[in-house]
Design a protein. Structure first.
Length: 238
């Protein structure tokens, strides 16, 4: 008997393995995949709309298959869904990369894809309400908390920059002037990706220690650093 709120409204057929329930789940999972794909594309973090749709449909059918195997063939565990989750974990892990600026890229999209696969499988099991609530929570996390995350980062006394100096000999000058500004250098790493560019490129973690500087935004500090004679280019990471 249905135990899901939406399934209760739809009837027993919605949780059984049949053409009608499969068609309904397929339509729902495609809509959710399109919404997530459009959100990622809008923020220039495209996971590939077709990829998301195919992945979501595959996870959903894994859930449907497990329902059939458990209820009809008396298989004791959800082996299809387990295989899908393992495969997707491997795929999404391989999509996380480090840019030439030592910046992690693709992490949020990879986690979103992983979460979408779980939601799709849950829908395949016939848990419509849980799947829709989970998807709504996923979208709220991506949309509503993005601005909050940015605000918190901008108010932090700690931030990281990508720094390009005109020469390696300019490093000491930069360190001296940064300290005069009221900045503490927590970590400084040479970026080997620019080894033959003629530039001296670093990833620098900074802490704002000057009282007056704490009143400034990160963009104001970056702008002040960019006009130093020894600096060729500087930008905030993240």
């Amino acid at each position: 008997m249905p135990t899901d709120f939406i399934a209760d409204l739809l009837g027993d057929w919605s949780v059984q393995v049949n053409i009608a329930s499969t068609a309904l789940k397929t339509v729902l999972v495609i809509i959710m995949a399109v919404v997530l794909g459009c959100e990622r594309s809008r923020n220039r973090h495209a996971a590939g709309l077709r990829t998301l749709i195919v992945l979501s449909i595959g996870s959903m059918f894994a859930g449907i298959g497990d329902v059939y195997f458990i209820t009809v063939l008396n298989v004791g565990f959800s082996f299809l869904s387990a295989a899908v989750f393992i495969g997707i974990s491997i795929i999404t892990a391989n999509t996380i990369i480090f840019s030439s600026k030592n910046q992690i890229m693709g992490l949020t999209t990879s986690v979103g894809v992983w979460a979408m696969s779980i939601i799709s499988a849950i829908l395949g099991f016939g848990l419509y309400t849980a799947a829709l609530i989970g998807f709504a929570a996923l979208m709220v996390g991506l949309l509503a908390f993005s601005k909050m995350e940015t605000y918190i980062k901008n108010k932090s006394n700690h931030f990281e920059i990508h720094l390009e100096l005109k020469s390696r000999g300019s490093l000491q000058d930069f360190i001296t002037m940064a300290r005069e500004f009221g900045l503490k250098i927590d970590n400084l790493e040479l970026n080997p990706a620019y080894a033959n560019s003629g530039l001296s490129v670093y990833t620098v973690r900074l802490t704002i220690v000057g009282k007056e500087l704490r009143k400034k935004s990160h963009s104001d500090i970056i702008e002040a650093l960019s006009v130093l004679d020894c600096v060729y280019y500087v930008e905030k990471i993240g």
